[in-house]
Design a protein around this ligand. Structure first.
Ligand SMILES: Nc1ncnc2c1ncn2[C@@H]1O[C@H](COP(=O)(O)OP(=O)(O)OP(=O)(O)O)[C@@H](O)[C@H]1O
Ligand SMILES: [Mg+2]
Length: 489
């Protein structure tokens, strides 16, 4: 029998309403929570089961903004966009829920509210989904933890070895600086421990458990520096790198940003950096999103920033912003009484890290090392010790083990004037001049202005002579001392 012939066609509007009502009742029965909000995302109805789960009074919830009872709710987004979010997983009140959210529209198609249905994690059919979610969540937590550990500092003040008055003073200043928020400028020759001290300052302050992030101005090409600092918005670049990338400022939020080799930053980038330091906010490349940043700035350089300011190579305003607290790290030749402790520490570290057998230094070996000027400072010392350890299996390292490992000045026979005897005239003159400059510099604790004053020459001349001598030197640019062994005055 054809039913169409017998039954009259039902009213489609009425059927549509009935369908909607049945669907709602069905969902409401199936789900353990239902919620309706108005166009302003205020709760107009919440079922008792959901209220009980959230531990709230369903009557008191009416009229409240939805986020007041479910902090990470996306119901407002549905109301604003008019688009449903058909399957979502959220965490609230220490529980995991699957949520379906749909807009409610009037006859004219205008959004007048939204309805949300909630399924709880114990719902059998959802078990595989929740298990997968929990697994991914655990993996994500683990990755976050690993990343946080990697960003934690490696060194503390006790890692900064030495008990000479110069070292004690550096540690005293650094300990005080650790407790403050102001920027610190660390200045010292290569290998004097600027990076080590930056780690220690972070670890000794209130931000110790927040990230410590380093940007090395010398290691990053200028055209990539901006992205490195401020990050990249999704799709900012066409081609391979379409993914968003957070900048170092964003990564360091709440913690410390270490601007290493700050003297190598180009003038245009100095201007951009200054703006962020002044306004405490930055914009990832290709976005108009402004990110607020709360970072403590530590900067390091082996260059004479004051001289660079005078020469127009470094912005004065940025220099003053960074140079609030200034710590000058002494060169190793200025604290030779730390040499023994440092050797002991570095040899011990080698045993722990590289598995070498324990070694000690004979008094003659110590004397030999004390006569070197250590232009590469502690890094050079570590390198020399490592190489000496490799050349012998003896537990005690002798002076002979270091022959050939430290700079030529120690090895070459000296004439009565203290100059190497097998040099030609130009080399001998260069060596003599180098000594004059070095002696003046050590006498002035590494301060160029003072050293130049003592020699009765101008600071610019001092620099010019240093630079000319470096080019004459057989080591040339490969010298471990990449920059002038100087300090700002
Ligand atoms: N006082 C110290 N005690 C123990 N180790 C030190 C000390 N100073 C430096 N070192 C070690 O010497 C090496 C160089 O130190 P660091 O990288 O901190 O120097 P730097 O001043 O940043 O040099 P550069 O200007 O070349 O970057 C590191 O292995 C560091 O652990
Ligand atoms: Mg460094």
């Amino acid at each position: 029998m054809d039913t169409n012939l017998v039954l009259p066609l039902q009213d489609p509007i009425l059927l549509q309403h009935k369908a909607m009502q049945s669907m709602f009742d069905c969902f409401d029965g199936l789900c353990e929570g239902s919620l309706i909000v108005d166009r302003a995302a205020r709760v107009v109805w919440i079922n008792d089961r959901y209220a009980a789960r959230l531990d709230i009074d369903p009557v008191k919830a009416i009229g409240q903004e939805v986020e007041a009872i479910i902090p990470n709710s996306l119901m407002r987004q549905v109301v604003v966009t008019g688009k449903p979010i058909l399957l979502d997983i959220i965490e609230a009140a220490n529980q995991t829920f699957v949520v379906i959210r749909m807009p409610v529209k009037d006859e004219a198609g205008e959004v007048i509210g939204a309805v949300g249905f909630v399924l709880f994690s114990h719902y059998e059919a959802l078990k595989p989904l929740f298990e997968r979610f929990s697994k991914l969540q655990a993996e994500l937590d683990k990755a976050h933890k690993k990343l946080a550990e990697a960003r934690r500092t490696k060194y503390t003040f006790s890692s900064f070895i030495g008990d000479s008055p110069a070292t004690m003073e550096v540690k005293r200043l650094a300990r005080r600086a650790a407790l403050l928020h102001a920027p610190v400028l660390l200045h010292g020759e290569t290998g004097t421990g600027k990076e080590l001290l930056a780690h220690a300052i972070h670890a000794g302050g209130p931000r110790a458990h927040k990230p410590f992030v380093t940007v090395n101005m010398a290691a990053i090409p200028e055209n990539l520096m901006e992205a490195e600092f401020f990050g990249v918005a999704p799709g900012a670049y066409t081609g391979a790198d379409r993914k968003p990338r957070p900048g170092k400022f964003e990564l360091a939020h709440g913690g410390t940003l270490f601007l290493d080799e700050i003297g190598d930053l180009s003038l245009p980038l100095q201007a951009k950096l200054l703006r962020v330091l002044q306004e405490h906010e930055c914009e990832p490349l290709g976005s108009n999103r402004v990110i607020r940043v709360d970072v403590r700035i530590l900067a390091a350089t082996s260059r004479d920033l004051e001289a660079m300011v005078e020469a127009g190579l470094f912005r004065m305003d940025l220099f003053y912003r960074l140079n609030v607290l200034n710590i000058s790290l002494p060169a190793l030749r200025e604290r030779l009484c730390d040499l023994e402790l440092l050797c002991e520490h570095l040899l011990e570290k080698m045993v722990l890290e590289d598995g070498t057998s324990a070694r000690e230094l004979s008094p003659e070996a110590m004397d030999f090392l004390r006569r070197h000027t250590w232009p590469g400072n502690v890094r050079e010392l570590r390198n020399v010790l490592e190489r000496a350890v490799m050349t012998t299996d003896e537990a005690r390292l002798e002076a002979a083990d270091f022959q050939g490992l430290v700079k030529a000045s120690l090895e070459q026979p000296m004439d009565s004037g203290g100059l190497s005897s097998n040099l030609n005239y130009v080399q001998a003159m260069a060596e003599a001049e180098q000594r004059i400059l070095d002696t003046a510099l050590s006498g002035a604790s590494g301060k160029v202005v003072e050293a130049a004053r003592r020699l009765g020459i101008g600071r610019a001349t001092f620099y010019k002579r240093m630079s000319a001598l470096r080019q004459l030197s057989p080591n040339g640019d490969s010298s471990p001392n990449r920059d002038l062994p100087i300090k700002s005055s």
